[in-house]
Design a protein around this ligand. Structure first.
Ligand SMILES: NC(=O)C1=CN([C@@H]2O[C@H](COP(=O)(O)OP(=O)(O)OC[C@H]3O[C@@H](n4cnc5c(N)ncnc54)[C@H](O)[C@@H]3O)[C@@H](O)[C@H]2O)C=CC1
Ligand SMILES: Nc1nc(=O)c2c([nH]1)NC[C@@H]1CN(c3ccc(C(=O)N[C@@H](CCC(=O)O)C(=O)O)cc3)CN21
Length: 272
């Protein structure tokens, strides 16, 4: 969720399982108070906030301490998501998520678990070798720092690269739990806007995978097929712990209701 989602979280409260982890973004157009208000709302709803800490957007060590300190004060410090951040040039001393993990400040402010990002389809501005080196280094650093953690992947529309990527992660000896990022249900236009903004897939490939036509962009689409296929191909023994992370581009309420409906249908199918 973003800061603007606070009222939507209150509306969707009953549709979300208590204890669900809800990430709070660290967007350029929002300030610390907005992020804190969102984390507080997550707590008050009976959920677990996972505030994002964007390394490149931090101007100083003090700024990181202030944010972690404020999170601690409101009891939203147990888990964070440490991410590089989109600025081409870092605004301060932290150029990557690794430097947040190695700052020593997480432990000092009571952070127990740090999630990090994964890219099954690569990243438009970061090379594959750099992405793999970063993932390996961050996984090792979490261990060295005595922090637990997990990987949350960039959202995608295609299961093939996800499966290949999970296998590569495990081959590299990284055993962290993985959450595969999927977009919640949303209008097709909006999905494609976000995909293009973050350099994920192409309109044609998304249309094909999601089964909609590029000549009719008025409809909306959900990750039914993606999740069904992923579930069918995952093997606990081989792939370790793999769960889902929903990016709520179409709104928190819509995604929450979609998840409840999906679960209900899934259980019905299973009972048949
Ligand atoms: N805010 C969010 O929810 C999400 C943000 N992202 C973005 O993905 C990018 C990478 O983040 P992490 O995986 O945490 O990488 P990271 O912090 O582990 O860095 C990996 C490598 O890429 C370089 N790097 C990091 N950010 C960069 C950038 N914006 N431009 C060029 N090089 C960069 C680092 O110096 C390092 O060598 C960032 O741009 C981040 O903002 C990705 C997923 C979700
Ligand atoms: N490289 C990269 N950078 C990111 O910042 C990023 C990703 N990847 N992957 C997905 C997540 C999720 N992110 C976001 C970013 C912006 C909004 C956002 O602007 N929300 C608007 C609503 C706008 C609309 O209606 O479309 C808001 O104001 O809350 C939501 C999620 C950021 N994320």
């Amino acid at each position: 969720m973003t800061g603007k989602d606070v009222p939507h979280l209150l509306d969707a409260r009953d549709a979300i399982a208590q204890g669900t982890r809800i990430n709070v973004t660290f967007l350029e157009n929002e300030d610390m108070d907005v992020r804190l208000a969102a984390a507080r709302a997550v707590n008050e709803g009976g959920f677990v906030p996972v505030p994002h800490v964007s390394a490149r957007r931090l101007s100083s060590r003090t700024a990181l301490e202030e944010y972690l300190g404020a999170l601690q004060e409101i009891g939203a410090n147990a888990q964070i998501f440490a991410v590089g951040g989109d600025p081409t040039t870092p605004h301060g001393p932290y150029a990557d998520a690794l430097s947040i993990i190695e700052s020593g400040l997480c432990q000092q402010y009571g952070v127990q678990s740090v999630s990090i990002a994964g890219y099954p389809e690569g990243h438009p501005d970061i090379s594959e070798p750099d992405l793999w080196a970063a993932l390996t280094d961050k996984a090792a650093a979490l261990g060295d720092q005595g922090l637990s953690g997990g990987i949350i992947t960039q959202f995608g529309f295609d299961v093939d690269p996800v499966m290949t990527w999970i296998e590569q992660v495990r081959e590299r000896g990284i055993e962290l739990p993985i959450r595969i990022g999927v977009p919640g249900p949303a209008g097709v236009r909006r999905l494609m806007r976000y995909a293009s903004r973050f350099g994920v897939g192409t309109s044609a490939s998304i249309a094909k995978k999601y089964g909609f036509s590029l000549t009719n962009l008025l409809g909306s689409a959900g990750p039914d097929r993606f999740i069904g296929e992923l579930a069918g191909r995952l093997d606990r023994q081989r792939h370790g712990e793999v769960r889902l992370h929903f990016y709520t581009f179409g709104g928190l309420g819509a995604t929450s209701r979609w998840i409840s409906d999906f679960d209900e249908n899934y259980e019905k199918e299973a009972r048949r």
